[in-house]
Design a protein around this ligand. Structure first.
Ligand code: MLT
Length: 406
């Protein structure tokens, strides 16, 4: 008789954004006349930039001719894309990352959940609280998190690093030493950022303790302040202790196109074994490469026209972020984020729980956000709004929220 991976049975509830999706669909089916504004999941709404569309068309045409047709992509990514990434995302920022340390994939969500596979089950992970749920859930599935306590909504073998208003939503160095440290800055969900000096402390800590930092920099394009690092490799010593995850979803609108990459420097080793080789082995075995046409689209992100157009796209969303931030602040909400990230993190009013506020907004003003408690216990009493809506919907949503009388 076959056996299940029983770790899956330990997972409480469904994936956060699936739960929200189901609630919103049920409400929508019961109230077909209502215009629901979705500022929940961080999904982009603006069309792909013209430079990207042109690159996609060109690549599609190439696929229609035997001479320019492409079959399986190289499993670690095409050189044209890896070179463009190394040049623009790293060399241009003074970071020493070579193209062959870049592993192209179909997105940071998959990479952030798959990366734990190359580590032993007895590693202890540390996560920010609140946190992007994928980091924890993928470790639960692997059997690395111990038992779940329904009262505290925590796992016995996970080190939680609370990110609260008191610490500016930036975690403190944990008292118990973790093996694997997940950090995401600019942060999802709080929208907080850390300075280069603060990030350097983490790199020093990891090197001192023999830990690995898994650094999710999916939102780096939204950084507006000069002292906030775009990559962990801006810090001294990060090549020895850090893996970086990047996405094209938020900086270039690829949520429906799918493209991302992971960087593993060759110096990052466990004894004599380089993690680079392990991840290359995993990629080669389990992945057939992001599609040629998508990698050509990714290359266009780094063209002069692409860069210019995407700067405007990011500015469009950040204008929404300011509108939400200022509008809600004016209305008396306690808000943060929205300066270096496309997320606004607000305190729920009148002591409502995160889910109570979610239901209240959905039912009374037909606006969808994300309950903070869905990201972890320290998210209770908070709520996340995304700046990725259209400007018109963002204005309407904020005006509706401003009109609520609790
Ligand atoms: C979010 O809303 O947190 C993100 O869009 C989810 C993701 O990037 O997978």
């Amino acid at each position: 008789m076959f056996k299940l991976n029983e770790n899956y049975l330990k997972l409480p509830g469904s994936y956060l954004f699936s739960t929200i999706g189901k609630k919103v669909s049920a409400y929508s089916a019961a109230h077909p006349d209502k215009k629901i504004i979705r500022l929940g999941i961080g999904d982009v709404t603006q069309p792909l930039a013209p430079a990207i569309i042109e690159a996609l068309h060109r690549a599609v045409d190439e696929m229609g001719h035997a001479e320019t047709f492409h079959g399986y992509a190289p499993d670690l990514g095409y050189d044209f894309l890896r070179n463009a990434i190394a040049e623009n995302d790293y060399k241009a920022r003074g970071c020493d990352i070579s193209p062959d340390e870049i592993f192209v994939s179909d997105g940071a969500k998959c990479d952030s959940s798959n990366i734990q596979e190359i580590f032993g089950l007895d590693n202890k992970i540390a996560v920010c609280d609140p946190v992007y749920p994928v980091y924890v859930d993928s470790n639960v599935m692997a059997g690395r998190t111990g038992t779940y306590d329904r009262n505290t909504e925590t796992w016995s073998d996970v080190i939680y690093m609370p990110c609260t208003a008191a610490n500016g939503f930036a975690p403190e160095l944990p008292k118990e030493t973790p093996d694997l440290i997940y950090l995401c800055f600019p942060n999802n969900p709080t929208g907080a950022a850390v300075t280069k000096e603060q990030l350097q402390e983490w790199v020093d800590y990891a090197n001192k303790n023999g830990s690995v930092i898994i650094y999710d920099a999916a939102y780096e394009a939204y950084i507006s302040e000069a002292d906030v690092p775009h990559s962990i490799y801006e810090c001294q010593g990060a090549r020895e202790c850090a893996i970086e995850l990047r996405s094209f979803s938020k900086n270039a609108g690829f949520t429906g196109v799918r493209l991302g990459f992971t960087v593993i420097p060759k110096e990052l080793k466990c004894g004599e074994v380089a993690l680079h080789g392990l991840w290359a082995r995993r990629h080669g075995t389990k992945y057939n490469g992001a599609p040629y046409i998508v990698q050509r689209a990714g290359e266009a992100v780094y063209s002069e026209a692409g860069k210019e157009q995407l700067k405007e796209q990011v500015a469009y969303y950040m204008n929404n972020a300011s509108y939400i931030y200022n509008g809600l602040k004016e209305a008396g909400f306690t808000v943060s984020g929205g300066v270096n990230a496309p997320y606004i993190w607000l305190q729920t009013p009148k002591g409502m729980t995160s889910w109570e506020f979610f239901d209240y907004l959905l039912e009374n003003v037909n606006v969808v956000g994300t309950p903070g408690s869905g990201f972890g216990p320290s998210g209770e009493g908070y709520f996340r709004l995304t700046a990725f809506g259209s400007y018109e919907n963002t204005v309407e949503a904020v005006d509706r929220i401003k009109g609520i009388r609790l």
